[in-house]
Design a protein around this ligand. Structure first.
Ligand code: C2E
Ligand code: MG
Ligand code: MG
Ligand code: MG
Length: 286
């Protein structure tokens, strides 16, 4: 009986691995379809100066997939499949074109700073690099208002193919942030190969920074490293006021998270900004 139970367990595990793989194949074809039919959409999440939630200075652009019924599918559900089936590069290219070309006039008018995520696959790819640089050369958005977020893991894996590219982005005037810092290998070796403007402290250290002594020490240390490198810090996953207060006492420069604001459709944000500007213009006319 014992043995057969074991057998059943192994059988179940294999079956579920096969089912997972099957689900990923289906997801990958759904992503290809969404790319073809332009059924991807963008949200933006605010980033503010620590201790001053009203002073929203940046937005991070986050991609979502639209399902057959108009619902939004979050990255956690489709990025693993996109990575495995080599689709991240196309997603990142779509996002870059959408922000820097298609909606660039509106975005330029809004006067806000936007940052885009770049995946490891895109980061190391010569065609993606050339395309992004071309698009940056022609976008009407001032490049001082365009930033890129690259995870530590992506930086490490693409060190050889990407250090020149990252330096070029910065030379053009764009900012570069190390995303999810502390969550990767943290070999720190790549810090010698890349100069960066921001370090985004991974949410896993931020969430309990107020109650957990070790997290406090880690966040303080990351902030020190950033300072010494001439970079500013951004804490992600800031969900309440006490967390923000602790980050402020540590000196963390910027905060992002549900306490500041949730991701909202880019469209809504841009039309809101448009209305605010029209109101301001009307007020100054009268
Ligand atoms: P990320 O770059 O670290 O982005 C932050 C993620 O944390 C976002 O999830 C955001 O909604 C979520 N978040 C922010 N603040 C809070 C908070 O206070 N509480 C909680 N519970 N969550 C918070 P999202 O939009 O689901 O994106 C997940 C990841 O997918 C991103 O992590 C990024 O790595 C990736 N991603 C999203 N859009 C793109 C894209 O266009 N290109 C690439 N390459 N990756 C993307
Ligand atoms: Mg990011
Ligand atoms: Mg992040
Ligand atoms: Mg993260």
């Amino acid at each position: 009986k014992h043995e057969s139970r074991g057998t059943v367990m192994i059988y179940d595990m294999e079956r579920s691995a096969a089912a997972d793989q099957h689900r990923e194949i289906i997801m990958a074809s759904a992503i290809r379809e969404a790319l073809d039919e332009r059924r991807l959409t963008l949200c933006a999440q605010p980033i503010a100066a620590t201790g001053n939630a009203a002073s929203i200075s940046h937005y991070e652009v986050l991609v979502r997939m639209v399902d057959d019924y108009g619902g939004l599918i979050l990255p956690a559900a489709f990025i693993p499949a996109a990575e495995r089936y080599g689709l991240m590069q196309q997603i990142d290219r779509w996002v870059a074109d959408e922000v820097l070309v298609q909606r660039a006039a509106e975005i330029a008018r809004a006067g806000l700073h936007f940052s885009l995520n770049i995946s490891a696959d895109a980061l190391g790819d010569a065609d993606f690099q050339a395309h992004l640089i071309r698009v940056l050369e022609t976008t009407p958005i001032p490049l001082s208002r365009v930033g890129f977020e690259i995870t530590e893991t992506a930086m490490v894996s693409q060190m050889e193919n990407a250090s020149h590219f990252v330096a070029t982005l910065r030379k053009m005037g764009c900012s570069v942030a190390l995303d999810d810092f502390g969550n990767g290998l943290s070999s720190f070796n790549y810090l010698k190969a890349f100069s960066i403007d921001f370090i985004k402290i991974d949410g896993s250290f931020v969430r309990q920074v107020e109650s957990n002594f070790v997290d406090t020490i880690i966040v303080e240390s990351i902030h020190q490293v950033a300072r010494r490198l001439g970079a500013r810090t951004i804490a992600e996953y800031v969900e309440d006021a006490p967390t923000e207060a602790r980050l402020r006492s540590i000196g963390v420069d910027l905060v992002q998270g549900y306490h500041i604001g949730r991701p909202q459709p880019l469209e809504a944000l841009l039309s809101e900004e448009g209305e605010t500007r029209e109101l301001a213009a009307a007020a100054s006319d009268s």
